[in-house]
Design a protein around this ligand. Structure first.
Ligand code: T4K
Length: 411
């Protein structure tokens, strides 16, 4: 759908959408099945602590991913913390800054220093060529994030880890249902950690899973998830409460059963965006490898100001005025947030690609909430705003000047 400049909400028209369109609206595959499972759970009166639904979810997830072990947890942040501790990581760990803050915090929380390495601007994942310069005698591991569900350069990272005597694990929070060279993400490195947060491709309200092919590690993590208990009255490790509840597993299982439908919806939306944005100069929709399995959960657009006419931030303002709550993940990068900004004040100099990508990315709404018409409207707004970029820029500059003047007047 094409709109005209007079229809842009940023210039005073009514917003195109009466209700906000969010990035991260939860997907629910089959409400009736979920309620049925929840009813059975209440009848059993078994609500948490390794109940039958958690056990079933773990088994079916392990089969789906082709891994030996799956341990469900209450969220991926705790999952990362548990895995980091179970692997005995210390000192420094190399991570991307272009990731959600939880990746870095899971280390810092345990007084391990996250050392931020730059990304490959084409993949948004750790660039293997930029890792070795950060290795010091204190480095114990590499922690890669499969950003947007696109796999890290697993082979190259494994080679570096092996040659330099480092451990390798992955934050796979975005990557449930995605593959790398035909193998499902979940079995790479020593362990991988998925998020089943409400906003994720497969949600269990809050939740996550640690997957590994290592028997010893799995056994250790399983005990640590339950305070370190080994049977009644016997604690053998420091542990925490990382357990998933039964109601979360009921949602997770139901969504796992409906996973092909969830992918189909996301894929349909992704293709609609691809068609709708194709002819807008300066906007590049991030591609997925058609040879791999992919969950299409993130619709990621890179904005090149010189060709689009608008900056990423200006385009976000245009969309938000229309009630399209586009997001700037992962702006401004972990290294520009506390405590890392204070710990490493000049780290931006080492992360030129992170800085550049973080300043150019917009994530658009997808999932079951979106219709083809909604997406066509969003693409129409975007095209109109870019076509009339001079008027939009002028208006935004005027608005900023007014805000500045009224701020000054109040001082
Ligand atoms: N590693 C990576 C790479 C991650 O991306 C994440 C989480 C983690 C680790 C840690 O996983 P968990 O510990 O969370 O399992 C959101 C999510 O809270 C977070 O899980 C996610 N990454 C991150 C990318 O996005 P926010 O602060 O942007 O969330 P928020 O509250 O703004 O929600 C996003 C949008 O979703 C909102 O506009 C409203 C909508 N929404 C949200 C919820 C929760 C709904 O419509 N319904 C809902 O129930 O972090």
């Amino acid at each position: 759908m094409n709109s005209t400049i007079s229809q842009l909400a940023i210039l005073g028209a009514a917003p195109s959408f009466a209700e906000p369109l969010h990035v991260g609206r939860p997907n629910i595959a089959n409400r009736e099945r979920f309620l049925e499972r929840t009813g059975q759970m209440l009848d059993r009166n078994w609500l948490t602590n390794n109940g039958p639904l958690v056990q079933e979810f773990e088994q079916r997830t392990a089969v789906f991913l082709g891994v030996k072990h799956c341990i469900c947890v209450c969220n991926a942040t705790i999952g990362l913390e548990l895995t980091i501790r179970a692997l005995g990581l210390r000192g420094e760990v190399i991570v991307p800054s272009y990731t959600f803050i939880a990746t870095a915090h899971a280390l810092q929380w345990q007084e391990i220093t996250p050392v931020f390495a730059d990304i490959d601007p084409a993949t948004h994942n750790l660039d293997p060529a930029r890792i070795e310069r950060h290795i010091t005698p204190r480095t114990t591991a590499i922690l890669g994030t499969h950003v947007w569900g696109r796999p890290c350069s697993v082979g190259a990272l494994s080679e570096i880890a092996e040659r330099r005597g480092l451990k390798l694990m992955f934050d796979a929070a975005h990557a449930f249902g995605c593959s790398h060279q035909g193998q499902m993400i979940g079995g790479f490195g020593l362990a991988e950690v998925f998020s089943f947060h409400a906003t994720k491709f497969l949600n269990s309200f809050e939740g996550g899973a640690i997957t590994t092919n290592n028997n010893e590690l799995a056994a250790k993590i399983r005990l640590m998830t339950n305070f370190g208990f080994s049977g009644y009255d016997n604690v053998i490790y420091i542990g925490t409460n990382g357990k998933m509840t039964e109601v979360s597993a009921a949602m997770g299982l139901t969504n796992l059963e409906g996973i092909e439908d969830l992918v189909a919806v996301n894929r349909r939306n992704y293709e609609a965006y691809r068609t709708g944005l194709a002819d807008i100069p300066g906007l590049a929709l991030m591609p997925f490898d058609p040879a791999e399995r992919c969950n299409y959960q993130y619709v990621v657009v890179e904005v090149e100001e010189a060709r689009a006419g608008l900056t990423r931030d200006q385009l976000v303002q245009v969309l938000q005025a229309e009630n399209v709550l586009a997001r700037k993940y992962f702006w401004p990068g972990c290294h520009r947030m506390e405590p890392y900004r204070s710990l490493f004040p000049n780290h931006d100099l080492l992360l030129p690609n992170t800085e550049r990508v973080a300043a150019r990315i917009i994530v658009l709404p997808t999932g079951q909430q979106m219709s083809a018409k909604d997406i066509s409207t969003i693409c129409g707004i975007t095209r109109t705003a870019c076509r009339h970029f001079q008027e939009v820029r002028q208006y935004l500059r005027g608005r900023e000047a007014t805000a500045q003047a009224s701020g000054d007047a109040h001082q």
